[in-house]
Each structure stands twice: as C-alpha cells, then as structure tokens.
Design a protein around this ligand. Structure first.
Ligand SMILES: Cc1cc2nc3c(=O)[nH]c(=O)nc-3n(C[C@H](O)[C@H](O)[C@H](O)COP(=O)(O)O)c2cc1C
Length: 321
C-alpha cells in the first residue's frame, strides 16, 4: 500500500484510505457506524440534527455503538468525525463545538472558515481538525489555523464544489503543505482511491458514492436520480445556497428553478438549514438534490458494508500492494 501521512492516533484503524464525507440531510449515525466498523472514517454534519440536544443523542449513539463493537470483536473501529460549519451565520457553532469537546470527537471537519481557536480546543483533547479548501487561498488560511489536514475539494465534487481541476489543486497545495492531504471529487472506485494517492493525496474524500447506500438518509428519489444521471445532468450554481454548489438539473427543474435563477448570486445563510420543512427555504438541499459529476459511475444502491468491501477489493487489485 502507498504510505499515507495520517494523524498518529489513526494508525492501524483504517482498512482503506477513505473518509466518508459529511453530507447535509444524507449522513447520520447509521452510515457513520457502518463505515467505522469496516475501517472507513465516517462523518456527518452537526446540522443534520435540528437541535444541539438531538446532535448530542447522535454522539452518544455513535460512541456507544463503536465501543461495543470494539469490546465484542477485539477489532479497532475507524475514528469518526463531525462537520461544523464555521460561518458566522451558523447560530449553533459554539454549542455544537462544546458537545464535540465533551464527547472527544476524534475528527472535526470545518468548512467555510478555518479558525485557530477551534483547532486549539480540539487539539487539547487529542482530536484532529481537517478543513475544506477549494483553492490555494483557502488552503493557506487553513494552514495558518494550524489544522491537521487539508481537504482539496476539486471541480465536479458534490455539495460546495470548487472549480479547479484536481491535478492542479493537489499540485498547488502540495507545494507548501506536508501534512495530511485529502482529495474530494468524483471518487467512486477503489482504483480511483489509489489514483488519488499517486497524485499526492493521503486520503480519498468520498461523498456522492455513499448517497446510494442503504444506510443513507437521502430520499429514494435522490438515489434514483443519481442512478439515472450523468455528469451532464449536474449544474454548478450559487443560486440555491449562496455558495457555488453542484445540484442535479432535474431536481432544480422539479423545484421550479429556471436558467436565470441558476445564474443569480444567492445569499449565504446557514441559519436557514434550521428552518422547519414546509417553508420555501427548505427547498434548498431537501427538494433540490446535490451530487457530483461522479454520478456517472454509480449504478447501484448497496449497503455501506458491501460498498466498502468492493472498494477494498478494487483498491488491492489496482497494483498498490
Ligand atoms: C448531498 C450532499 C450534501 C453535502 N453536504 C455537505 C455539508 O453539509 N458539509 C460539507 O462540508 N460538505 C458537504 N458536502 C460535500 C462533501 O462533504 C464532499 O466534499 C463531496 O461530496 C466530495 O465529492 P463527491 O461527492 O464527488 O464524492 C455535501 C455533498 C453532497 C453530495
């Protein structure tokens, strides 16, 4: 296996160099627990629970399930992680960070603002911080905030995707960054995980492929649309959330968007993620479904366990061992 630069606490805990990326309204404890048991780092956004109290219940559920797994099997589970939106419009930022500290969440993934104060607090209990970057400016800010890993989110990724080709992005970040580097964007198969390592990444950051698992919380329509879509059916637009993101064209059309709206500059407000369903703002993410260009390579809906076993097999057969 190609040697990856990993946090020291993670040694011997991964079956394959993969982090299951956090996805709004898609990832929950079921996916995280299934992934961690199979040696993949499972993560979820704190905002997938409507309140901090609900978020705490998920932390308890995951921690207890992984502890029981380790006691019963004698195996080590992969670490799990929480995605915190470190943007001023997120009103739960402080409360959710306090819970991560209380439960010593092994990995914190920050997005939309790397903060030194967050990194320092996570390091104090022995956790690590990774930060999303879609360009070298974001990556340098993350390095200044003393994060442990930078996630290069390249063009074609699901969610808040960048617009830079993965070869260029990895090359630029590796020019100054010697710690853990992750690559996100269209990675669906074991040989692609190997390819990401050959390019200079330590870990693959896989989102869209995990939407089509039995444990994912995505509605059936979202999963079916992925099966029926190709990369051409994915539109990169700031119109839905204010941050340029990839959404499936058919779900935009079904929700009444037109091409003019797709080109409009939106307004960033993560408080909206907390708005109860039924209001107009719930349309973003709930009715308009995100996915990356990787939809082209997704042909089935399987359990996380089956998917990870397939990835491990393909990875081993791709001449990396
Ligand atoms: C449906 C969906 C929801 C997402 N929600 C979030 C989120 O809440 N926070 C975040 O940091 N990234 C989010 N992302 C981005 C992923 O964490 C990751 O960067 C991306 O999925 C990787 O590219 P891939 O989808 O091509 O594998 C989301 C992606 C998708 C597809």
């Amino acid at each position: 296996m190609i040697q990856s630069i990993l946090p020291e606490q993670w040694q011997d805990r991964l079956s394959i160099p993969v982090v299951m990326a956090p996805m709004f309204l898609v990832s929950g404890p079921e996916m995280v627990i299934a992934g961690c048991k199979k040696g993949v780092v499972g993560t979820f956004p704190a905002l997938n629970q409507r309140t901090s109290e609900g978020f705490e219940q998920w932390l308890i559920q995951i921690t207890e399930a992984l502890t029981t797994f380790e006691q019963e099997t004698g195996k080590k589970a992969a670490p799990f992680g929480v995605n915190l939106i470190t943007h001023p419009s997120n009103p739960r930022m402080e409360a959710d960070l306090a819970l991560c500290i209380k439960y010593k969440v092994p990995l914190i993934i920050t997005a939309l603002g790397a903060m030194r104060s967050v990194t320092d607090q996570v390091h104090q209990y022995g956790g690590v911080v990774f930060h999303d970057a879609i360009n070298i400016r974001h990556a340098r800010k993350a390095a200044d905030a003393n994060v442990d890993g930078i996630i290069a989110v390249s063009a074609g990724a699901g969610g808040h995707a960048g617009a830079i080709n993965p070869f260029a992005l990895i090359e630029e970040i590796r020019g100054f960054w010697t710690k853990t580097l992750l690559l996100g964007g269209c990675i669906n198969r074991g040989h692609q995980i190997h390819a990401a390592q050959v390019m200079g990444a330590d870990l693959a950051y896989v989102g869209t492929r995990f939407i089509n698992t039995l444990e994912s919380r995505a509605p059936e329509g979202h999963k079916t649309m992925i099966l029926e879509s190709t990369a051409d059916d994915v539109v990169h637009t700031p119109a839905v959330t204010g941050v340029p993101s990839n959404f499936m064209k058919q779900s935009l059309l079904n929700s009444g968007y037109d091409m003019k709206a797709l080109l409009d500059q939106g307004h960033i407000d993560f408080g909206k993620k907390l708005t109860p369903s039924g209001s107009d703002s719930s349309k973003a993410w709930q009715d308009v479904w995100s996915a990356g260009h990787g939809v082209s390579g997704i042909k089935n809906i399987v359990s996380c366990e089956q998917l990870i076993e397939q990835l491990v097999l393909e990875y081993k057969n791709s001449n990396c061992r």
